[in-house]
Design a protein around this ligand. Sequence first.
Ligand code: ADP
Length: 190
Amino acid sequence: MLNLVLFGPPGAGKGTQSQKLIEKYGLIHLSTGDLLRGEISQGTKLGLEAKKLMDEGALVPDAVVIGMISNKLDANKEAKGFIFDGFPRTVAQAEALDSLLESKQSAISGMIALVVNDDELEHRLLLRGKDSGRPDDANPEVIRKRIKEYNDKTAPVADFYQAQHKLKSINGIGSIEDIFGAITGIIQSY
Ligand code: ADP
């Protein structure tokens, strides 16, 4: 199986590159952000609880996202592999993902981190907020809170994979095609 963690701060381009990767490799795309927004639009209890935190730029509890990912892994037993996008976002989530995959005799193939500086992120997210309709993209204060949550809680996840010799970082500034080329180059090496 090819199990890829696409990593990077909000606005780094994970969603864009994921779309191209699923086309090329036939992988299942698991974005916890998309799954949570799906719960919100269906008006579920989980969605209602998550919405408050998401609108503030805070992370939703680990147990919630781990449960969603576990369900998706069970529902896609025949998959060739997965792209994890926006997950794991804490070290506890990364540990849980390792256990979930291990129980299926599988593992993470590697993490690819997209590196983009904070100023560029803020600029991209505000721009995206103009037509994405995402409340968390529309407000500069919420954007800064999300970047802070990333630096405090999510950046350590890169160290977790580095310790397993699974981390590769690439420049997330450049053309979509060039960045995609860098990612596929790394995937060929797995
Ligand atoms: P972005 O990467 O642009 O911040 P996402 O769509 O990945 O957007 O996430 C939007 C929001 O959903 C996050 O700010 C957070 O509140 C919540 N969220 C998504 N994934 C997770 C996760 N793995 N753990 C906790 N919260 C999450």
